[in-house]
Design a protein around this ligand. Structure first.
Ligand code: AKG
Ligand code: FE2
Length: 298
């Protein structure tokens, strides 16, 4: 099937397209290795979650589960009620995140099979020592509602690629290319997080370089997957009640960037350890690439 594509948004030389029927080869060439975002219209077509994940489904099955949202604990049923009455003027807190692997493993089949675009993936490999992506949640459900804004602009931890699939409702994403990193004011202690606090109306006295940035915004709807390549700054806010599933991905296309993040983190405490890690990850990257070429999984 030939790719069908429409332009979702265009600003300067950045164009974000929505594509259907894209081959893996096209994705690899134009997006994964080109490190260029795209909305994929049909990546999750085989997921049972596509018709199943609604606010009512979570209310029916998990009303009594506790969730912590922005430091406050709710029963999920109560949070969903709040979410359904949330308004732009009086938004429910965001994000309400459910960690599938750890807390809702029975939902894994609903977000399977992992779509081809997010393969191969090294985040779950047994030969990648856990410490290197320590704490990264790599499969999460996000519940949002009108006015709910992701709290900070960021790129994904450890330079992982992100795939955010909308299963319910509409979410507006804003992305900024890695080449504009200096306009985004990364926090020196958390270099993947922007210091810009009021994202809707950044204070240009405090963040004058932001005026040079070209953030590009567009809406992602049900059944659509936003591919956010490593290092692209992004944030999102819901236009309606929303349910999304976010997964992260690491492979040959972002391995060097990932190694760069490990180096930044480790060099802070111990330069010798950082150098050893870099040598180790260089070799490991080669091992992964070879096994992936052979179609083997390690
Ligand atoms: O869907 C959103 O609100 C953004 C999610 C996101 O960027 C993330 O989890 O890293
Ligand atoms: Fe993200």
């Amino acid at each position: 099937m030939a790719t069908k594509s429409v332009v979702l948004a265009q600003l300067g030389d950045i164009v974000v397209e929505k594509k259907y029927g894209m081959s893996y080869e096209e994705f690899a060439e134009k997006h994964l290795f080109a490190n260029y975002p795209v909305v994929i219209g049909d990546a999750c077509k085989d997921w049972p979650a596509k018709d199943k994940f609604t606010p009512q489904f979570f209310k029916d099955n998990y009303a009594n589960r506790e969730v912590k949202v922005q430091g406050k604990t709710f029963l999920l049923g109560d949070f969903i009620d709040l979410m359904m009455t949330s308004t732009k003027e009086n938004p429910a807190p965001y994000p309400c995140k459910l960690q599938i692997d750890r807390d809702y493993p029975e939902l894994i089949p609903d977000v399977s099979p992992r779509f081809k675009y997010a393969l191969p993936d090294r985040t779950h490999s047994k030969i990648l020592p856990e410490g290197f992506i320590g704490g990264a949640d790599t499969l999460e459900i996000f519940l949002g509602s009108p006015g709910g804004q992701f709290p900070y602009m960021h790129y994904d931890y450890m330079c992982l690629h992100a795939f955010v699939t909308q299963l319910y409702g509409d979410k507006e994403f804003t992305v900024v290319p890695p080449s504009q990193t200096e306009y985004v004011y990364p926090d020196p202690n958390n270099t993947w997080v922007s210091l810009i606090d009021n994202q809707r109306q950044p204070d240009l006295n405090k963040f004058p370089l932001w005026s040079k940035a070209t953030p590009i915004s567009f809406v992602v709807g049900p059944g659509e997957t936003m591919f956010i390549p490593c290092g692209w700054w992004h944030t999102a806010h819901s236009l309606t009640p929303t349910i999304s599933v976010a997964l992260d991905c690491l492979n040959a296309s972002n391995w060097k960037n990932f190694m760069g993040e490990v180096d930044i983190m480790m060099s802070r405490n111990n330069k010798a350890k950082a150098m050893a890690a870099s040598m180790f990850l260089n070799v490991l990257g080669g091992v992964f690439s070879t096994t992936e070429k052979l179609g083997m999984k390690i």
